[in-house]
Design a protein around this ligand. Sequence first.
Ligand SMILES: Nc1ncnc2c1ncn2[C@@H]1O[C@H](COP(=O)(O)OP(=O)(O)OP(=O)(O)O)[C@@H](O)[C@H]1O
Ligand SMILES: [Mg+2]
Length: 259
Amino acid sequence: MTERLTAEGISYAVANRLVIRDVSVTLAQGELLALIGPNGAGKSTLLRLLTGYIPPARGRCLLADKPLAQWSAQTLARYRAVMLQQTQVGFDWPVETVIGMGRMPWTPQPEPSVIHQVMQLTECLSLAGRRYAALSGGEQQRVQLARALAQLWREGSPRGWLFLDEPTSALDLFHQQHLLRLLKSLTRQGHLHVCVVLHDLNLAALWADRILLLHEGRIVSEGTPIDVLQRETLSRWYGADVQVGPHPCAPTPHVFLTP
Ligand SMILES: Nc1ncnc2c1ncn2[C@@H]1O[C@H](COP(=O)(O)OP(=O)(O)OP(=O)(O)O)[C@@H](O)[C@H]1O
Ligand SMILES: [Mg+2]
């Protein structure tokens, strides 16, 4: 299959207000793409359009040259997984059961070896046996990442399209670094393709291959971290006072808020 996910001139309106305006984007294989932009810019809405959760009012989204709406729900679920901004689970389930839900597109009986491997990758082994509802916010986020990777698990590794909406918002420093390093190493292997919404521009700077900056539903800047994370660009679209300098030990920009 030609693994390419594209949006062609998509728009989306809520209550007669356009919240996504004529966005075109191609997500490439093995790429880690970061979506950034101020609150309300349309990042979560774009993610929902790209994953097929909502249909565009205009334009179209294609996976392997076929509109998302024409994929069966089960086949689509085998090729793309989504980790949302917040995920509540309606029942008081153990962590392993929540992660095992990711296997539903493949089997009614989640394979213990797959559950174990994704828990290991996502630093969830220490949460084994715990109730999901009783976990801290950051622990729940790690479990949701494990569930999403379980959903894409095929031939010994996660494969396909992984969409994450602010997956680091509740994570401590160690787990932020661990998550981005994990996504980077999985995308480098070429079988996983990631689109991640991030508010922390310095995480995007260090780990994204490409950044899209959204503002009021439009892509206003696009390119490598060096292209996008420029002082004038960030001041203009976020309205924040920032400075951008070199990272002390990586060839990437670092964004500083000014006091
Ligand atoms: N179901 C909805 N009903 C009403 N307004 C909506 C709905 N979904 C999105 N919007 C509006 O669309 C705009 C974009 O919302 P979206 O959630 O995509 O922003 P975002 O970039 O993800 O913001 P944040 O950084 O705060 O998560 C916002 O103004 C939001 O209020
Ligand atoms: Mg959002």
